[in-house]
Design a protein around this ligand. Structure first.
Ligand SMILES: [Zn+2]
Length: 389
């Protein structure tokens, strides 16, 4: 089973300078490849592959006088830049994502290494550098496969370690107890509402952080295009972003741990854009990122334990359908928090009803995949009774 962990690095000044040049070389490989591919396509209608044609240019470039400096960087990192560019093109063509964009010097930097990498108690080793000081929380138990170095916009260095534990991943559970299946609905006012009736609020410090972000974003847009003040404002914004991201990550790590430990299957809905339309652009963006990040953590932790994370299609009308009798309402305006089902007369909390529907859809999907899902039993809430006010 592959496991990942991220640690903070403390390079010396010389090491930081070397890494800066290496990040520059990686960026150069990526951006030059992108420029060549775009140009060839526009001028000649040719489609070059970053993984093949562009990657083959690297050894040629290294021999040239003009680009000889590329030799200084780990060649794996440069080859990976071509592979990443290829992936960006795949996303553009297959997933209809945006056209690949140039990597910016002031953005987040990264480089990938998988040959002669090592990790110790308080250091990591990548090619062409002496060991870099690191804060290793837990020893890596298994075989180290790769190290991805990153530098944030605010200048902090990290290493993401990928290692093989040598233990096979636990087989996915074949029998799931319906009482241990939880549906999660993303709400407007909450991070999530679960099918047991629990509303998980965005923690106060995150809300405060987000307000602060908005203020700094506005401050930045007021500054002149090219000025020292703008650069400072940008750094302040990046730092605020980093603090919010850090706090959110920490909160979600604990939350996802608890949700996965408490259940055998977790059902989530893919994002509902219309649900979020009310929010401002920034708030929507933060909401999206937050939900994706939480889903990714749930998926990772579920897999580790042989549990299930099920994603439900967003076309499913979870808000408009009565979870008890399946009666479907024509419309369900966003401001309606409570509603009465005209068919079965049950009263619903909008979000909890949606979470229950998500849970039931997830159970159907698990069954369709050949799992056995036992009927509701035990003393846990059945999820069938209307939730009291
Ligand atoms: Zn009903």
């Amino acid at each position: 089973m592959l496991k990942a962990t991220k640690i903070r690095l403390y390079p010396t000044r010389e090491q930081a300078e070397f890494l800066n040049r290496q990040f520059g070389a990686v960026r150069f490989a990526f951006n030059t490849g992108l420029r060549i591919i775009s140009h060839r396509y526009k001028r000649h209608g040719q489609s070059l592959s970053a993984k093949h044609e562009i990657k083959k240019l690297l050894p040629i470039a290294k021999k040239s006088r003009k680009y000889g400096w590329l030799k200084e960087a780990d060649s794996v990192a440069l080859a990976q830049a071509c592979i990443n560019l290829d992936k960006a093109f795949q996303r553009f063509f297959k997933e209809k994502k945006g056209y690949p964009r140039f990597k910016r010097k002031r953005g987040k930097q990264s480089s990938y290494h998988c040959m002669s990498v090592k990790v110790g108690d308080d250091w990591i080793k990548v090619p062409k550098l002496e060991p870099i000081k690191a804060k290793v929380y837990r020893p890596v138990e298994g075989k180290l496969k790769s190290i991805t170095l990153t530098r944030t916009v605010t200048g902090k260095h990290y290493a993401s370690l990928l290692y093989e534990t040598g233990q096979p991943a636990p087989a996915p559970l074949k029998d799931v107890d319906a009482a241990s299946v939880v549906g999660l609905d993303m709400g407007l006012s909450h991070l999530a509402i679960d099918s047991n009736g629990r509303k998980i609020a965005n923690p106060r410090f995150l809300k405060k952080g987000q307000k602060n972000l908005k203020r700094k974003q506005q401050a930045l847009s007021r500054k002149k295009k090219v000025s020292a003040n703008r650069a400072k404002a940008r750094l302040r914004l990046a730092k605020a972003h980093e603090r919010v991201a850090h706090a959110r990550n920490d909160f979600q790590r604990k939350l996802s741990r608890q949700i996965v430990d408490d259940n055998q299957a977790v059902i989530v809905e893919t994002l509902k854009a219309k649900n979020l339309m009310k929010n401002a652009r920034l708030a929507k963006h933060i909401g999206d990122v937050s939900w994706h990040a939480l889903t990714a953590k749930l998926a990772y932790k579920a897999k580790e334990q042989g549990k299930h994370l099920v994603k439900i299609d967003q076309w499913f009308a979870s808000s408009k359908t009565c979870h008890y009798c399946q009666h479907k309402m024509d419309a369900m305006p966003l401001n309606v928090r409570w509603w009465d089902c005209p068919a079965c007369q049950r009263r619903h909390d909008r979000d909890i009803n949606a979470a229950l529907n998500i849970k039931h859809q997830g159970i159907l999907k698990l069954k369709a995949e050949g799992l056995s899902v036992s009927a509701h039993r035990g003393s846990r809430k059945s999820g069938r009774s209307p939730v009291a006010a």
